[in-house]
Design a protein around this ligand. Structure first.
Ligand code: MF3
Ligand code: CO
Length: 248
């Protein structure tokens, strides 16, 4: 069941999203060669608490941390650890915040130092796919129009989209209906309506789309060990078009 949100509720998701965006700004200045991923986690957790929010992922189905940090061939759900970022790494950082009963959720992929031109193009393509998908989050379109926009753009660039993980509705729960896949034929699934709030999150692999999950039970890795990138925003469907809620 899709729960439509009032303007007042969208404002609350926006407030949670503002904390998400603030934490991301902080992390952008800290991601570089030499930093431990658990140090980034601590910085984000402190920032969120200072702003009065609650990290959304910590404790969710037993997930241990505030951030997911997925490095290079890791796709999503990398667990912060003593791993030190190295020159040329790309780090997908995903975070959610609960504030006043509502969730915001966003992700981006950041470079550690100087990265290869291949890594840069993968990141740019994934981010561009997210913004094209957001442009498709308009009343009258259907959920799969978002999905198809992502898939056709990504595959047109010679990359593949991950199928096992999808975007989602968001609000009083981190994950609500509808699922928002990153692949599919256009014109399918629920119609987008005013008050729908969606977390749109393309995960793009430089090589094949196949993945496996590490022994930790969380971290998804490309089967062919190719690089992967992830970008996400929480977006409201409004009469005036898509409204990104996870911004400053
Ligand atoms: N952005 C991801 C999602 O919405 C991150 C979830 S990580 C988890 O599904 F730890 F909370 F599961
Ligand atoms: Co999400």
């Amino acid at each position: 069941m899709i729960i439509l949100k009032s303007p007042q509720e969208i404002a609350k998701i926006r407030a949670a999203g503002k904390i998400v965006a603030g934490a991301i700004e902080e992390l952008k200045t800290r991601v570089r060669p030499g930093i431990k991923t658990k140090e980034l986690d601590r910085i984000a957790e402190e920032f969120i608490h200072k702003k009065g929010g609650i990290p959304a992922f910590k404790g969710y189905r037993g997930y241990p941390n505030t951030l997911c940090i997925s490095v290079n061939e890791e796709i999503v759900h990398g667990i912060p650890s003593d791993r030190v970022l190295e020159e040329g790494d790309i780090a997908g950082i995903d975070l959610g915040v609960l504030l006043d009963g509502y969730y915001g959720d966003a992700a981006l992929t950041l470079p550690a130092g100087t990265i290869s031109s291949q890594a840069k193009r993968l990141m740019e393509t994934t981010e561009a796919a997210l913004y094209k998908a957001i442009d498709a989050a308009v009343i009258g379109n259907r959920v799969s129009d978002i999905a198809h926009t992502i898939q056709s753009y990504v595959e047109g660039a010679g990359y593949s989209v991950v199928r096992e993980f999808v975007g989602h509705g968001i609000g009083r729960s981190l994950h609500e209906d509808p699922p928002v896949p990153n692949f599919g034929e256009p014109g399918q699934g629920p119609q987008l309506r005013e008050g729908m709030v969606l977390a749109i999150e393309p995960m793009v692999n430089a090589g094949r789309s196949d993945l496996f999950v590490l022994e930790n039970g969380w971290t998804a890795v490309t089967k062919d060990r190719s690089l992967s990138a992830h970008f996400e925003h929480t977006v409201a469907v409004t009469k005036n078009g898509p409204l990104i809620l996870t911004v400053l």
